[in-house]
Structure formats: C-alpha cells, structure tokens
Design a protein around this ligand. Structure first.
Ligand code: NDP
Length: 493
C-alpha cells in the first residue's frame, strides 16, 4: 500500500482541491513509496491568506519566544531522526549513512544556530545631531515564499525556514515535487513544537503552477529560492510584476585547483568528497579540476584508485556511501554529459557506464566517473552536470589557471590546494566566486555565509547575514527640539 501524504495549510492537513497526486519514487529501486497532493493556485491562495492572517501575532511575539519554538523544533527533529532520515533516503536516494549522520543532525543544529544568533540582531543609532534621535529597527518582511530543490530536501528548507521564522515572517514552503516528504514531516514537527497555525504552511505541486502562483501573489513579500539558474531567471522575471524581493541560490560549476606544491594525497581526499558527496548533486560540487602539469599524472592516478573504492548500492545499508541520482530523467541528463565528454575528446579514466548489479539495476545509479584531458571548450567543463562526473584539465601557470577558473558564467565556489598560504590567498582574491576554500572543498558551516555571484545568484543563506535577507530596515527619526523652528524650514521662508 502506497503511503498517502497531505499538505499543511493553516495548521490543517489537506488534500488538493482537484484530488490529483504526485507519485514519489525511490530512486534506488524505481518503486513508488508515497503520494503527495498535486496542488494548484487554489491552495496557494489559501496558504497565503492563512500566512497573512497569522503574520501580525507572529511578528509581535518577542524574539525570545520565537527562538524557544525553534529550539523545541530542533529537539523534535532529533527525536524523529530515524523517520526523517529514512524518508529522505527513500525519496531522494541519499544513503542512510549520510541522512542519519549529516542531513538530519545538521537541520537540528541549524535551528539552534538561528534561535541563538537572532537574539543578537540589533538596530543602530545614527549620529545625525543632538536635536534628534535617529535610529534603525529591523522588521519582518511579512509573508515569504520558500521554494526549495531536491538535492538536500530537508537542509535546504531549514536554511531558509529557520531564518525566516525566527525573524518574525510567516512562511509558505514549496518543496521539490520529486522529494517533498521530509518537508511535510518538518512542517508536522514545527506544529508539534508549538508554532501557531498559519505560520508554517507546506504546499506540494508543480513548480510551474504552485511555484509560479506563489511568486506572482501580491501578498507575498519575498521569494527565497534555491534551484536551477534557468528557474531563478524565470522567478526574477515573474517577481518583477509585484516588485517582490528574491533571494537566488542557483547553480555552480565549481573549480578545484591543484597547484604545483600541493599535498597531492590531501587534494585527492578533498576531490573524493568534493566531487562525489551526494552523488555530485551539490551546487558547490567540484566538477572541473585544474591540475598543475607537474602533478597531473600523480593526482589522476591516485584519484581514480580512490574513487574505485567508493561503495555504491543499497541506500538503506549503513556501509553504502554513494546512492543513485535523484530521479530517472536526471540520470538521463547526467549520462548525456558523459556521452558529450566522450564526443568532445575527453579520456575516460573511470566509470562512464550504468551499474548493473542486483542492487543497482532498477535504480537510477551513475557510477563515479572521471574524465582526463579536458578543456574549457568541452560542454562537460562549462555546464552544471549535478552528478558524479568530473573532468580533469592540465595547466602551466598560476595566471593561466585564474583565467580558466573565471571563464564561466557561474560564480558559486572554488578551491585552491597549495602548501603556500600566501599564494592560496592571492589566488582566492582573484577568483570570482561566493566562497573560495584553501585546502578544502565543500565545507559549509552555520556560521559561514553561503551564496554566489554571476549566474550563481545573489543573497546569502546561513551565518548572521541571512537575517538581512528576511528583515527590512526601518528608519525612525524623533525630533527632540522644542518649538516649531528648525534651521531647514528657512528654505521655504
Ligand atoms: P529546479 O529549479 O528545477 O527546482 C527547484 C524548485 O523550484 C523546485 O521546488 C521546483 O518545483 C521549483 N520550480 C520549478 N520551476 C519553477 C517555476 N517556473 N517557478 C517557481 N518554482 C519552480 O532545481 P532542482 O530541483 O533541479 O535543483 C537543482 C539545482 O539547484 C541545481 O542547479 C543546483 O546547483 C541548485 N542548487 C543551488 C544551491 C545553492 O546554494 N546555490 C544549493 C542546492 C542546489 P518542482 O520540483 O515541482 O519542479
């Protein structure tokens, strides 16, 4: 029996008005594991009305009270860790080893971080003059729409929802259609934690309908979006009709640079994590590698040997480290990049074939794949693949490698591997990206801002900078003069 799920609107669990459903498929087996309502504009309107009604009381609650409700949600997330981890593994394909040890605990930790740091949000007193008190206060935006992707279904919601809620906004979350179940469970947990009805609403349904209706709704003050660059561009266009704010965390084509003096073994470990974590379905995944010609052969040889050891297969087995990609059509897209790399003349060093073991044959698996002899003219080195497929290219000089790294429409992240900190920092300063790691790739903390430049988007998630995304600054000016005379009134006299 396929499990049935409902959406959360105004504290109640509902089906869609049409009764239509989305099938949720386990990408490791191809089996349908659940059905969620396929909502439409009708549910968006209901949810926005509920969020608007709940907004004044939620915004009027002291920050300390909202913070406590986030902490209660965080505790409940950990109490429900097994169910949440299992749901995420089943709907998205991440191995249970990762969802139990990484995704769910990090969701809980991030809520703790937002709950704690938001209480230190301050306004400013401005030194205009002794005749006035001129100060700023931060206010919530109102109703915000949060549209999230499938690669880390729970974490991507928490990044936005935690920050938006604690600062006093009411929210409508539109999770990805292929993986909405953990988001629905997080909604349930937040209700159980005591967050009032209408403050958190979760609506499932196609982005082209539910997502666009949310973006166009005049009562929605902001859209916080993580997803594809093409979708982000569409959202920007639609949001302009209501001059709505948008925060866009979009795609990446992240460079991994190994300099002549790098510790090659450390770089190989970083390349395994950077290239293959979450089957490469990470916006910040290392996908184009520039290796100094003097260490290229050593790096390529060690990288291939290390990647061969990665165990993929049954996602419910704690030993499995690599799962399938998230859905069938995405597997086809990733495979089309493998074919394009072959056609463009890259040398296949590892993988490149669909795994056909008993455990993998019905799922959407792509074996870790490494190409050598790549260059920036190849499609696989220019476009986001979002799968476990990486390309290695050689370079000769540091000036050349900075040019190669910056030769991209994306600007999300990059890493530089070197024993020379001064040189690493010099290159980091020249690379156009939201984050540059030195001797690390793909590590993100609650405390560190996340977001790119160029076509990777704008705005920041995480760190205290995220509070700027979900608050507006109001300036309040109090005149302290007695009497009607002010020096500037003379201009009209
Ligand atoms: P999509 O843009 O396809 O989908 C993201 C969300 O947007 C989904 O909920 C989707 O709904 C919805 N959506 C789709 N079309 C529209 C529309 N016209 N209007 C409003 N909403 C819409 O991205 P993916 O889910 O494929 O996510 C992968 C992408 O996310 C990658 O490019 C990756 O780089 C990026 N990403 C960026 C991160 C960052 O921090 N920069 C972090 C993680 C991922 P539905 O599922 O129903 O189509």
């Amino acid at each position: 029996m396929v499990q049935q799920f409902k959406v959360l609107i105004n504290g109640e669990w509902k089906d869609s008005s049409t009764g239509e459903k989305l099938d949720i498929v386990n990408p490791a087996t191809g089996e349908i594991i659940g059905q969620a309502p396929k909502c439409s504009e009708i549910e968006v309107n209901e949810a926005v009305a509920a969020a608007a009604k709940a907004a004044p009381a939620w915004a009027g609650m002291p920050m300390s009270e909202r913070s406590k409700l986030l902490l209660a949600s965080s505790r409940l997330i950990m109490e429900n860790i097994e169910e949440l981890a299992k749901l995420e593994t089943l709907e998205q394909g991440s191995p249970i080893r990762k969802t139990m040890n990484f995704d769910v605990p990090l969701c809980a930790e991030q809520l703790e971080y937002f709950a704690g740091t938001a209480r230190a949000i301050k306004g400013e007193t401005l030194p205009v003059g002794p005749w006035c008190l001129s100060s700023t206060v931060r206010e919530p935006l109102g109703v915000v729409g949060l549209i999230t992707p499938w690669n880390f279904p729970a974490l991507m919601v928490i990044w936005k929802l935690g920050a938006a809620l604690v600062t006093g906004n009411t929210c409508i979350v539109k999770p990805p259609s292929t993986a909405p179940l953990t988001t629905l469970k997080l909604g349930e947990i937040m209700m159980e934690a005591g967050i009032p009805a209408g403050v958190v609403n979760v609506i499932t349904g196609p982005g082209s309908q539910v997502g666009e209706a949310l973006v166009q709704h005049p009562d929605v003050a902001k859209i916080g979006f993580t997803g594809d660059t093409a979708t982000g561009k569409r959202i920007m266009k639609l949001a302009s009709d209501t001059v709505k704010q948008v925060g866009l965390e979009l795609g990446g084509k992240n460079a991994f640079v190994v300099l002549e003096d790098a510790d090659v073994d450390a770089a190989v470990e970083g390349a395994i994590f950077g290239g293959f974590f979450n089957s490469g379905q990470v916006c910040a995944a290392a996908s184009r590698f520039y290796i100094h010609e003097s260490v290229y052969d050593e790096f390529a040889d060690k990288y291939v040997k290390a990647a061969k050891k990665l165990k993929y297969g049954d996602t419910m087995n704690m030993e499995t480290v690599i799962g399938p990609v998230a859905y069938k059509a995405h597997r086809d897209t990733v495979e089309s990049y493998i074919e394009s790399a072959k056609k463009d003349g890259a040398t296949l060093l590892l993988g490149g074939k669909r795994p056909t073991t008993k455990e993998t044959k019905n799922g959407y698996f792509v074996a870790p794949t490494i190409f050598g002899d790549c260059n920036n003219n190849m499609k696989m080195m220019r476009e986001e693949i979002f799968g476990p497929v990486v390309g290695l290219a050689k370079f000769k000089t540091n000036e050349e490698v900075v040019e190669l790294v910056n030769d991209s429409p994306f600007g999300l992240s990059a890493s530089v591997w070197t024993k020379n900190a001064r040189l690493g920092i010099t290159l980091a300063n020249q690379i156009k990206a939201g984050t540059v790691w030195i001797n690390e790739h793909l590590i993100i903390f609650c405390e560190t801002p996340w977001g790119g430049c160029k076509e990777s988007g704008w705005g920041k998630d995480l760190s205290t900078m995220v509070f700027d995304e979900y608050t507006k600054v109001k300036h309040i000016y109090v005149d302290l003069n007695e009497g009607p005379e002010k020096p500037w009134y003379g201009i009209l006299k």
